[in-house]
Design a protein around this ligand. Structure first.
Ligand code: ZN
Length: 486
């Protein structure tokens, strides 16, 4: 009897010791929110080996405990549209709650080079589409200069491709998909020489692989022919003809005052069974390369703006015709802010249930650093046109579901559920706020207390952890990534 008692005591001690080490990390007592299951309750979250291993109302023990009382524990935000892939952009994305930021709109010019350069050097998860813009430039003998994703306006952007050239563009895209592209990225407005048939032929390459096309559409504004409505029709038509899933980027900055009409076209296509999605960012200005074909003659009429609506991000200089001509004709690429939208339009679009949040971020525009916090501060807390759960759905589950068309790894993303990747943002819903402005575009947001990327703390007690690079590649079926996180 005495021996049995002793054994039981020893067993209890041993069990306690095992339990004490059960999880690498426990997030204790936070408001756990998951848009897929609608869980919104105080829970403890146990994290082990980069995964969410346990969500429980009962206490959990772990090697480290983070006290999350009063804070929201949500899936890390997934940004489908992030051009700035450098470390300084990644730092501000982290403070904005983003754990995955992908270059999908245009795509990296060389998928292999992009993935190799980032492996082991990325704060957050990354990935890219195969770039039609870059493939076209290559085939026209005008490969993009290093470090750029958009070509200067010229014959390679403005001339139609021959059938032989279209065939070579398709071949290049296939090999970029083989290299791990998550789909095809198109910036049709940057290659106005691309005929309707070329666009359809590019969609056909994506459809062969059952991968989506992400696209910046052909044109903006109301002037016919060439309106935003016509542009939406073009890509919805190409999706219907080919069967490729379609994601229309920044419907706000292409459709401007007609954004709600454009969303209704997406809604109609979806009601007819087409796989069409879209996104927006919460700012009244866009930003692009001033020497690109977007500024070919006619841009003022299309956008309904003038030279003075173009502003240089570094200096705040408003352009004149003379200054515009100089910069548009230069071979050096200069970013320019384009003030073309109204606050009323932006406010009407963001709460729409079809809209995902995506930043279109790059250095020079406050959306790089502030997009996600701004939605939480302005639309959830101040205007109250979105619930917190609806906002989180737009930032996590919807983009994850979009990515599932490209990789099964996305099924473990954008969810705060057992078995999901431990990409987690822990923020204060009362204080989370963007701080970036057009004058100071790189001011980091405030309110994110912790950010976990694959279970590794990247932000800890509100501070960026130095010298950790937990970001992993997200790749398409051409080159599925191995490894335990993705
Ligand atoms: Zn764009």
């Amino acid at each position: 009897m005495r021996n049995l008692f002793l054994t039981l005591c020893l067993l209890a001690v041993a069990t306690t010791l095992v339990a004490a080490q059960q999880y690498d990390l426990v997030l204790e007592g936070g408001r756990v929110m998951d848009p897929e299951t609608a869980l919104d309750a105080v829970r403890n979250v146990g994290i082990r080996d980069g995964k969410i291993a346990r969500i429980s109302a009962a206490p959990l023990s772990g090697r480290r405990i983070i006290h999350a009382a009063g804070l929201v524990v949500a899936p890390g935000f997934i940004d489908l549209h992030q051009h700035g892939q450098d470390l300084s952009s990644q730092r501000v994305k982290a403070f904005d709650g983003v754990t995955t930021a992908l270059e999908m709109e245009i795509g990296a010019p060389d998928v292999t080079q992009f993935l190799n350069a980032k492996q082991g050097h990325s704060l957050i998860h990354y990935g890219t589409t195969a770039s039609h813009v870059a493939a076209r430039a290559l085939v026209f003998g005008a490969a993009l200069p290093d470090g750029t994703i958009l070509p200067k306006s010229g014959p390679a952007t403005d001339q139609p491709a021959t059938p032989e050239q279209i065939g070579r563009i398709q071949q290049r895209l296939r090999s970029e998909l083989d290299a791990g592209g998550l789909g095809v990225g198109m910036g049709i407005q940057y290659t106005p020489g691309a005929t309707r048939l070329e666009v359809i032929d590019v969609f056909r390459v994506a459809a062969e692989r059952k991968l989506p096309v992400y696209t910046h559409m052909r044109s903006a504004g109301r002037v016919e022919p060439g309106s935003a409505i016509e542009s939406v029709e073009e890509v919805i038509g190409a999706a219907a003809i080919t069967g490729a899933p379609l994601h229309i980027v920044h419907i706000n900055s292409t459709c401007l005052r007609d954004s709600l009409e454009c969303i209704s076209l997406v809604e109609g296509a979806r009601a007819r069974g087409l796989d069409v999605t879209t996104e927006a960012y919460p700012y009244i200005a866009g930003m692009t390369a001033i020497n690109s074909a977007l500024f070919n003659p006619g841009w003022r009429e299309k956008l309904g703006i003038d030279y003075s609506n173009l502003v240089l991000p570094d200096t705040g200089e408003h352009l004149t015709k003379e200054r515009f001509d100089e910069l548009h004709n230069a071979s050096k690429q200069q970013w320019v802010l384009v003030f073309a939208n109204t606050q009323e339009t932006v406010d009407a679009i963001i709460p729409n249930p079809l809209i995902m949040i995506a930043s279109d971020g790059a250095e020079g525009h406050p959306r790089n650093a502030g997009t996600y916090s701004r939605v939480l501060a302005q639309y959830v807390r101040e205007k109250k046109t979105l619930t917190l759960m609806e906002a989180l759905r737009k930032m996590t589950l919807m983009p994850a579901q979009m990515l599932e068309r490209s990789t099964p790894a996305a099924r473990r993303m954008g969810r705060l559920q057992e078995g999901a990747d431990a990409d987690v943002v822990i923020f204060d819903p009362q204080t989370i706020t963007d701080r970036s402005t057009f004058e100071k575009p790189m001011e980091p947001s405030v309110g994110v207390h912790y950010l976990l990327v694959g279970g590794t703390a990247l932000i800890d007690e509100g501070k960026l952890v130095p010298a950790v690079f937990p970001g992993r590649a997200l790749t398409g079926p051409g080159k599925p990534t191995t490894g335990k996180v993705h």
